[in-house]
Design a binder for this molecule. Structure first.
Ligand SMILES: [Zn+2]
Length: 316
C-alpha cells in the first residue's frame, strides 16, 4: 500500500503542474464560490483559513477562488466517472484503467454516508490533494446544473488504518448537505417571484429546505450582513464582525460565512451531535432538521455506519 501511495504522489506533482497551467477541472466551479454572494467574494477569500471552530468539530471545506487557485497548487490524482454506482477511471496514472485501491475505498465509504438519492446525482469523483491539511473535500455543480462532482483530498481523508478520520466524516456530511440544499429539485425552473431566495446555483423554491432555513435564521440579518461584508471587502481584513456580533447564533465561525455554509454546518452537527435540549438559536438550527422525517432517516442511517464517538472525539 505504501509503495502505491508514493507512486500516486509523483503523479500528483505532474497533475499539479497541469492544473496550474490550465486551471481546469477541479476548481472551475466550486459550490462555495458559486453560492457566495458576489459582494462577498473577497470575504470568502479571507476566510479560507478560518475553518477552526469554537469548541468543536473542525471543518475543512472548500472555499476556492481564482485567486486562491493561483496561489495554491491542487493536484489531481485521478478522475472517475460513475457507472451504476461504481467508479470508472477517466484519467490518472497510466494503469490501464484500473481503479486505484485507495480511491475505491474512499468511494465505498462515501456511499455509506451519502444516501442513494443523492449519490445518484454525483456523476464525477475526483481524488485530489492540496497537500496535508487545507481543503478536505468539495462538491461542485456540473455544467448541466443537475449533476455533481465530488472531490476528496486523498492525503487528508484516511487515517493510518485506511479509515475515514472523524474530520473527514463530518466534512463529507457537510458536503452532502450542499447537494441536499442546492440540487435542482430544490430550485424553481422559472423565476416568477423576485422575493425568492437566490444563490449562485439558482433560485430556490419557497418551500425548499434552504429557503425555510434562510427565512427562519437569516432573512432578518441580511441588511446588516451585507453591509458588513462590503466593509470587510474594503479594508480586506478578516474581521468577523458579523460572527462576533451574533456568535451565539452560530455553531461555529465557519457557519457564519453565509446561509449556505450555516445550513451545511448545522446539518453536519445535526447528524453527529446529540439532539439539543436547549432553545438557543444555534440549537434551533439543529432542531430545524428534526422537523423533516427524511433527515432523521439520513441521520439514523449515517450514525449506524460510523463510530459516532470516534467522530466527535477525533474531530475535536
Ligand atoms: Zn461548504
Amino acid at each position: 500500500m505504501k509503495k502505491f501511495i508514493t507512486g500516486m504522489l509523483v503523479l500528483s506533482l505532474l497533475f499539479s503542474m497541469a492544473a496550474c497551467e490550465e486551471k481546469n477541472g477541479f476548481v472551475e466551479k466550486t459550490t462555495e464560490l458559486k453560492t457566495a454572494f458576489l459582494s462577498q467574494e473577497a470575504e470568502v477569500l479571507n476566510q479560507t483559513d478560518e475553518t477552526k471552530t469554537d469548541d468543536t468539530l473542525e471543518i475543512k471545506d472548500t472555499f476556492i477562488s481564482d485567486q486562491m487557485m493561483e496561489e495554491e497548487e491542487i493536484g489531481l490524482y485521478a478522475e472517475y466517472a460513475i457507472n451504476n454506482g461504481e467508479i470508472v477511471l477517466v484519467q490518472g496514472m497510466d494503469n490501464d484503467g484500473i481503479v486505484y485501491e485507495e480511491d475505491k475505498l474512499i468511494w465505498e465509504k462515501i456511499k455509506l454516508i451519502v444516501p442513494e438519492k443523492y449519490m445518484a446525482m454525483i456523476t464525477k469523483f475526483e481524488v485530489v490533494t492540496d497537500g496535508l491539511d487545507g481543503i478536505l473535500a468539495s462538491v461542485n455543480l456540473n455544467e448541466d446544473n443537475k449533476t455533481w462532482t465530488i472531490s476528496v483530498d486523498l492525503d487528508d481523508t484516511l487515517d493510518e488504518n485506511y479509515e475515514f478520520t472523524g474530520e473527514s466524516i463530518v466534512t463529507l456530511i457537510h458536503e452532502m448537505s450542499h447537494i441536499i440544499a442546492l440540487n435542482y429539485t430544490q430550485m424553481v425552473e422559472e423565476v416568477d417571484d423576485k422575493t425568492l431566495y437566490t444563490v449562485m446555483e439558482g433560485t430556490l423554491k419557497k418551500d425548499s429546505y434552504l429557503s425555510l432555513f434562510y427565512d427562519k435564521f437569516w432573512k432578518h440579518h441580511m441588511a446588516e450582513y451585507s453591509v458588513n461584508s462590503e466593509e470587510e471587502n474594503i479594508d480586506n481584513e478578516n474581521d468577523y464582525h458579523f460572527y462576533s456580533e451574533y456568535k451565539e447564533e452560530f455553531i461555529n465561525e465557519y457557519a457564519a460565512t453565509n446561509p449556505v455554509e450555516d445550513f451545511a454546518e448545522s446539518f453536519a452537527y445535526f447528524v453527529v451531535r446529540p439532539k439539543p435540549t436547549d432553545s438557543s438559536i444555534k440549537s434551533q438550527k439543529l432542531l430545524f432538521f428534526y422537523e423533516f422525517p427524511e433527515f432523521i432517516k439520513i441521520r439514523d442511517s449515517i450514525r449506524k455506519t460510523i463510530d459516532i464517538n470516534k467522530v466527535n472525539e477525533k474531530a475535536r
